[in-house]
Write a protein that binds this ligand. Sequence first.
Ligand SMILES: Cc1cc2nc3c(=O)[nH]c(=O)nc-3n(C[C@H](O)[C@H](O)[C@H](O)COP(=O)(O)O)c2cc1C
Length: 161
Amino acid sequence: MINLFYVSISGNTRSFVKRLVAYAEKVHAADATQPLIHAVEYTEELDSDIMAHPFFAMVPTYLDGGDGINSGYKEVMTVDFRDELAAGDPANLLGIIGSGNRNFNAQFGLTAKHYARRFNSPVIGLFELRGNDEEADRIYTAMCKYQADFEVRGVKRALVH
Ligand SMILES: Cc1cc2nc3c(=O)[nH]c(=O)nc-3n(C[C@H](O)[C@H](O)[C@H](O)COP(=O)(O)O)c2cc1C
């Protein structure tokens, strides 16, 4: 089982998570050795111990404008989720999946990259808006790889620059 902890403000990430969970079910049905995904959405009333075990985090990008290089670094909307992650054990955070909108150019998916530095975890994938089947396949495959690696080594991979 793969644990996925995510936040979604306007529903795009939630929609992609549904696609990802369904994709994992399909793969698992054909090959029971392939893991299912247990997804938990962050809410203010969150009552879950998902961070007590190895998990992946998924976060869209909400920055306060700018170009992401000289300005526009300030994270908005997802700050409570970040604080929740900060309260957990970063050793359990196996990887981060980011999302955003490519119209933001250099700022595309930047919050995931910020979290990668903050929590010393690799960004294992990015997808755009509600995502598609190709992105679901790519991200599921990456999650399986990092989870299997963790199960062998017993230690997460750190961020590689
Ligand atoms: C105010 C605002 C700022 C945003 N800033 C960025 C950004 O800097 N980079 C990016 O890639 N996407 C940015 N986005 C796009 C969102 O990340 C994108 O719509 C995402 O799919 C939202 O996910 P959600 O519907 O799960 O909340 C921004 C969207 C809004 C409304």
